[in-house]
Design a protein around this ligand. Structure first.
Ligand code: ADP
Ligand code: MG
Length: 476
């Protein structure tokens, strides 16, 4: 039997607002325990929630980017359950009428293909506090700093068919929310986390199998691995004559397995009802229009522009456009250097490698656009070969000086003088009669030997193209 995997994701996007969704308490991460929660977040008697207007704008922003419907009126409900980190005894969340519904996002798969994933809804809600199990031996402590932190829960249709598609979707959404500036995307701090709903069905079947929901996955790698594990578990179970039960499971990355947490509760278990303390959220068309006018160019539009205007390959365009600061650096570099092709090469090559090696983002790249742009113009005008340019780049990275000054000081000028190169070649030919004889008897491989020898004598400065041409000519 062949099985098909079906996946729907729910992503919790922590909105980058400075204060809580229903109170003025700060949302700062990593502050001392219980210093960022006010009476409203603690659920003290008699307090009233007041909706943070910024988070509504952020939800609308994402909705517009997803081509979704923005509800003219949406409702906050109380989702009732007991847990020590939830002092009110209910979570305020949009239930029946979410602010955003019916959107879509395009994802790019490793194969180079693209696929559209439907977005069922995105609703606003508050986060709960946190149970801390390792602060006091024998006790569990409660930290309510996170209580009331604004979240946007983005729910997809069950449109994904493999762990790779789930990862691609998560990456696309991660890039988008950072592009829009509505989330810092910090997955270690829990600003972007995901629940994966997974089921399997016989290939060709048109009904869905029973799903399990894997909670709180906070890395791209874990999403892939957790789903892979879960799919295998379900297939093994069914093939052994068992049945998948609808439940909530936890992924244990150390053991690489999912474990049952609780059987799945149904909506009616939560006794949802509209929160009587909060008015419906009314969104006017003029507010939507105002937000629309502030939307930045989106990653996929940018990507297409790079292909059309700059002649980049789709893949490299995608990498550059996925991250807004990177895209902005790239465009500034293309302008300064006048050479988008070389700019893309440097950003995806040497620069990316250095950023990676030093663990820094493009925002704190020590090589300015002006300097790298100048370096590229020195390649274009023949002053630098690729090799020399790499040496110069290292020096720029270490803030050792300006481009032209370094070229002069360090003698990084490419040797373009054909007479000088001829002289070096003549020397090498004279000193290598054996290799010359081999080359002339048809052993083409020794050509590399000559290139190496001449390059060495030029201290790595010979113009590689010129060297090649002259060498061919003189050996013949
Ligand atoms: P709940 O509110 O109980 O979490 P929803 O119906 O809102 O359930 O669905 C939550 C997520 O589960 C959605 O992303 C949806 O696409 C996904 N989903 C629903 N049914 C299945 C299924 N049979 N297999 C995989 N994913 C599913
Ligand atoms: Mg759910």
């Amino acid at each position: 039997m062949h099985w098909e995997t079906v996946i729907g994701l729910e992503i919790h996007v922590q909105l980058a607002a400075e204060s809580k969704i229903f109170s003025g308490a700060p949302t700062r991460y990593g502050a001392e325990q219980n210093t960022q929660a006010c009476a409203v977040d603690l659920g003290l008697p008699g307090v009233l929630p007041v909706l943070n207007a910024r988070v509504v704008d952020m939800a609308i922003t994402l909705g517009l980017a997803l081509g979704a419907k923005i509800a003219p009126a949406s409702i906050f409900a109380r989702k009732n359950y007991f847990y020590p980190d939830l002092p009110k005894g209910y979570q305020i969340s949009q239930y029946e009428q979410p602010i955003v519904s019916d959107g879509r996002i395009e994802i790019s798969l490793p194969s180079g293909e693209t696929k559209t994933i439907g977005i069922t809804r995105a609703h606003l809600e508050e986060d709960a506090g946190k149970s801390v199990h390792d602060a006091f031996p024998g006790y569990t402590a409660i930290d309510l700093n996170r209580a009331g932190t604004p979240l946007l829960e983005v729910v997809t249709e069950p449109d994904m068919r493999s762990p790779a598609e789930a990862v691609a979707y998560m990456r696309a959404m991660h890039a988008l929310v950072r592009y829009l500036g509505i989330c810092d995307g910090n997955m270690q701090e829990g600003s972007f986390r995901c629940d994966a709903n997974v089921s399997v069905r016989p290939m060709g079947s048109d009904t869905f199998g029973t799903r399990a929901e894997i909670k709180n996955i906070n890395s791209f790698r874990f999403v892939e691995r957790a789903i892979e594990y879960e799919v295998e578990r379900q297939i093994d179970l069914i093939e052994a004559g068992g049945k998948v039960v609808q439940e909530t499971r936890l992924y244990d990355a150390d053991k690489h397995e999912t474990r049952s947490m609780r059987s799945k509760e149904d909506a009616h278990d939560y006794r949802y009802f509209p929160d009587p303390d909060l008015l419906p959220v009314v969104v006017t068309q003029s507010r939507i229009d105002a937000i629309k006018s502030t939307l930045p160019e989106l990653p996929w539009t940018r990507r297409e522009r790079y292909v059309a205007d700059f002649g980049l390959e789709l893949d490299e365009a995608r990498t550059l456009a996925a991250d807004r600061p990177l895209a902005e650096y790239f465009e500034a570099l293309a302008r300064t250097s006048g050479d988008p092709r070389q700019s893309a090469n440097w950003l995806n090559g040497e620069l990316a490698a250095n950023l990676n090696r030093h663990g820094v983002g493009i925002e704190s790249c020590p090589v300015t656009v002006e300097r790298l742009g100048k370096l590229i113009t020195r390649i274009t005008d023949g002053t630098l070969s690729g090799n020399l340019a790499k040496q110069l780049f290292e020096a720029l990275w270490n803030l050792e000086g300006e481009v032209d000054e370094l070229i002069d000081q360090r003698g990084l000028r490419q040797l373009n003088d054909s007479e000088a190169v001829r002289a070096l070649i003549a020397q090498v030919i004279e000193e290598s009669p054996t290799q010359v004889a081999q080359y002339r008897s048809g052993k083409d491989k020794v050509f590399g030997y000559f290139v190496g020898q001449v390059m060495k004598r030029s201290q790595g400065k010979a113009n590689p193209q010129q060297l090649n041409d002259l060498l061919r000519e003189m050996l013949a």
